[in-house]
Write a protein that binds this ligand. Structure first.
Ligand SMILES: [Zn+2]
Length: 253
């Protein structure tokens, strides 16, 4: 049986045959992979630490018919703070959910891997979780080819230098001429002021670890994340469970 090694971040874990787990990893070299880890639920399992959500590990896997098997794992970084702080947990979970459900299997996308891992690292270091999650998720949508164009009208193609409105149904912004009153329901649209469009252009050209230095109003990050959520729902068919979780946390706060 051929074996291979990979550096991977644990995105999902589901129970499998008693004490086993099927783990979903995002790896730098192979993209999204799934593997069975046996005996994870038993005390003293050497694979248990790497089965924890958000853990970055060096993995040794064996190819098998059906699901590959995880034979060894060594934790590189556990990102422990993400499990202690509910808000950090929610935003880290949102990034993992997008990557777990929107990336193609077995297809390396190194920039997605880097933005995911750098995003979790920055949130774990105590940087603003909303800001980092919005920035990383926006970039990941771009790497997946589904970031909306905020510069030109999605209906007529006109350049839009001023304020616009993002419409989920269009996956983009529309100009005044093309906007109809039926478009504007608050739950499927997001106003895009020029500073938000400028922010998205900055995000496209900056390494993620420079994002904490960007000083803009928190409302812009909120708006950017709303665009990401709508785009994920309409273009990727994702109902992000982390969103429900974050809303509950915010209600309690
Ligand atoms: Zn137009």
């Amino acid at each position: 049986m051929a074996t291979y090694s990979a550096m991977g971040l644990t995105l999902l874990a589901r129970k499998y045959r008693g004490t086993g787990r099927v783990l979903t990893f995002y790896t730098r070299d192979r993209g999204r992979i799934e593997a069975v880890a046996q005996g994870v639920g038993k005390p003293g399992s050497s694979l248990a630490a790497s089965a924890e959500l958000f853990t970055l590990s060096d993995l040794l896997l064996a190819e098998a018919r059906g699901l590959d098997r995880l034979s060894q794992a060594r934790v590189i970084e556990a990102f422990e703070p993400l499990r202690r702080d509910p808000i950090a947990f929610g935003y880290a979970g949102l990034l993992c959910e997008i990557v777990a459900h929107a990336t193609p299997p077995d297809e390396p996308m190194p920039h997605v891997f880097d933005d995911l891992v750098d995003g979790l690292k920055l949130i774990a270091q105590g940087e603003d979780a909303l800001q980092i999650a919005a920035a990383a998720a926006w970039r990941i949508l771009g790497e997946l080819g589904v970031a909306p164009d905020l510069r030109a009208c999605a209906r007529c193609g006109a350049d839009l230098p001023g304020a616009t409105v993002f419409l989920a149904a269009e996956g983009g912004v529309v100009c005044e001429n093309c906007f109809s009153p039926f478009d504007g329901a608050a739950e499927v649209s997001v106003p895009i002021p020029p500073p938000l469009r400028a922010l998205t252009e900055t995000l496209a050209s900056l390494p993620l670890d420079r994002v904490p230095r960007i000083k803009v109003a928190p409302e812009l990050w909120q708006a950017l994340l709303r665009v990401v959520r709508l785009q994920a729902r309409f273009y990727l068919g994702l109902e992000l469970r982390a969103d429900d979780y974050l809303r509950q946390i915010e209600r309690r706060a």
